[in-house]
Write a new protein. Structure first.
Length: 587
């Protein structure tokens, strides 16, 4: 999306007003203060800068602009946060195609959303009608009554034509119903694909009904398939959606979510919510995807996988668990008894039994090793060797050296093989063995992130450029002397704006880069006396640093090639270096 349009959007919305809907703010001086919505605190450390339109928490270090705030608070993607703010600002969104737009117009998307809302409401009203008795009886048999029926929006489809007649009366066409995945055509006849079923609306994290699940409720029916789910449509992609994500979002708006439970089916989710585990969502029987993992991460970093006892060890499931872990989630696996799902367990053994399983849930590596152990006869030499070889592959894939050492120790205890043998099998050398004893410090980790560690001179220069300070001379090209790609991109954008006769809005940087890479630039607090002399002095230091490094590089190249042309270039750089140093001393 166009950066200038994003800048315009940020200039039109009132950040203080937006944040005030979620957090009470109190003005002190030029800054508004409140308790941070991203972590629990009693003393306000969350600051909102009205002039520069950014927020920063001095406790958890969260920073950003209006778009990033809506992304985090509403647990939505960037494009959805932009749409929400654009609607508030009365701005037309430029035509662009995001990953989940499926190439359809906004008008078509809103039309299909409207159709699905009308259908969901009608199905729900059907449930209380005389022909909804079978569906009501089924829900009663599952102990799903009252508030649960309303919370999950259950409904009933009577027959093949009833919903079609209703939607036609509301002005929708059969073609639109088909596009939304509600109806199909057989010859000249059209029919509701969910007829005779309990209707389960699938609602996305924006609160829109995007699909349905249908559960067969007539035991005498000739239809062999118990559950029918919507196929992918222009507004529904099952790989990007989780059942009950709308309820998870609503809970997050009230309180912090410690963990998310992922189950396979709708009724597992309902049973868990009924038992008080109201952070449960369902993958709807499909293998987990990276898009779903990102969705979960919007709500919590901790996830429990609670699949049926007879499916948790399957290859597709393990692949999904790896995807969750690769997305930065802490994954634990709930080991349900063979043949039971969460609903069965809670019904037969009660809520406490499930809570006990959550406490005993295994970290993903331990679950993988235990799953492997079941495949081999480790009482036999061949089986034990085969198990160790496969287990070492799991351990080798672990990024954390301490975690790797911990599971090598478990494997050693299980198999009796020596540490040397297991390390050789894992190709862990003595050098990396030393790594295992040492965890990098936070500062060392931070140094590996581009754009996060600037010396004082570069920080002052790039901050001055980004904020459009009057002493910045844009006729002098600073690009070469900047260390990081982030700062070079900031500089290029600032130059573009300067050429247009405009000043860059620094808060837009939060929508262009990772917050940790630009926070110190956006939030730079210019002191009285920060002027041209300081800017020129800092720029001279950057030039000296760059020229010194270039001179050292060429000297090394000369040592290797004896290219006489390099001598002249080194001499030129040496003269430039002396000139820069003299200029710095004079200043």
């Amino acid at each position: 999306m166009d950066r200038e349009w994003i800048e315009q959007l940020l200039s039109r919305v009132d950040l203080v007003q937006i944040i005030s809907r979620y957090v009470p703010l109190k003005k002190k001086g030029r800054t508004y203060w409140g308790c941070c919505p991203f972590h629990h605190e009693k003393t306000p450390s969350f600051a909102v800068n009205e002039d520069k339109q950014f927020y920063h928490c001095f406790g958890c270090k969260e920073s950003g602009n209006a778009i990033t705030f809506i992304e985090k608070m509403e647990s939505v993607e960037f494009s959805d946060a932009v749409k929400m703010l654009a609607q508030e600002a009365g701005m037309e969104i430029p035509k662009f195609r995001s990953g989940n737009d499926n190439g359809i117009s906004r008008e078509k998307r809103e039309r299909l959303y409207s159709l699905m809302r009308a259908a969901a409401k009608h199905y729900h009203e059907n449930l209380s009608g005389p022909r909804g008795k079978n569906a009501r009886n089924y829900l009663d048999s599952r102990g799903i009554t009252g508030n649960l029926v309303t919370r999950f929006g259950f409904g009933a489809s009577y027959d093949g034509e009833e919903i079609i007649d209703f939607l036609l009366s509301q002005g929708y066409t059969r073609a639109e119903m088909k596009e939304a995945g509600l109806v199909e055509q057989r010859g000249a006849d059209w029919y509701d694909v969910f007829y005779g079923r309990l209707m389960i609306p699938i609602i996305n994290n924006m609160g829109e009904v995007v699909a349905f699940g249908g559960r067969l409720i007539d035991p005498s029916s000739h239809i062999p398939v118990k559950y029918r789910n919507s196929s992918n449509t222009p507004i529904f992609d099952k790989s990007r959606t989780l059942y009950a994500i709308n309820l998870l979002k609503r809970k997050k708006q009230r309180e912090k979510i410690d963990f998310v439970i992922v189950t396979e089916g709708y009724m597992d989710v309902v049973a868990l919510h009924k038992a008080g585990f109201d952070t449960a969502v369902a993958s709807m029987g499909t293998a987990l995807t990276y898009s779903q993992a990102k969705l979960i991460r919007n709500y919590s970093e901790n996830v429990f996988i609670s699949y049926d006892g007879d499916t948790a060890g399957k290859t597709a499931t393990l692949r999904g668990l790896d995807i969750l872990q690769s997305a930065g989630l802490n994954v634990k696996v709930v080991s349900l008894p063979e043949g039971l799902d969460p609903d069965d367990l809670i019904k037969t053994q009660g809520r406490d039994a499930y809570e006990k399983l959550l406490k005993e849930a295994q970290p993903l590596p331990a679950f993988k090793l235990n799953s492997l152990k079941k495949r081999f006869d480790i009482a036999s030499p061949d089986g034990k060797a085969a198990y160790a070889i496969e287990a070492v592959k799991v351990i080798k894939s672990l990024e954390n050296p301490v975690e790797r050492e911990e599971y090598l120790s478990i494997l050693h205890d299980t198999t009796g093989y020596s540490f040397d043998a297991l390390r050789k099998q894992a190709d862990i050398t003595p050098e990396s063995e030393n790594e295992v004893q040492r965890i990098p410090s936070r500062d060392e980790s931070a140094e590996k992130k581009p754009g996060t560690k600037r010396d004082k001179a570069e920080l002052f220069v790039i901050a001055s450029i980004a904020h459009g300070m009057p002493y910045v001379d844009f006729s002098e090209d600073v690009f070469t002397y900047l260390d990081s790609d982030t700062d070079r991109k900031i500089y290029q954008y600032a130059v573009e704006k300067y050429k247009q006769g405009e000043k860059m809005s620094v808060s837009v940087l939060y929508s262009m880069f990772d917050a940790s890479d630009v926070a110190e630039v956006v939030e730079y607090d210019f002191m009285e006396g920060d002027d041209r002399a300081k800017y020129e002095m800092c720029l001279a230091r950057m030039k000296i640093k760059y020229v010194t490094a270039e001179k050292t590089r060429l000297a090394k190249e000369y040592d290797e090639t004896k290219n006489v042309k390099l001598v002249l270039e080194i001499a030129r750089l040496d003269g430039l270096l002396k000139s820069l140093k003299n200029g710095g001393e004079n200043e």
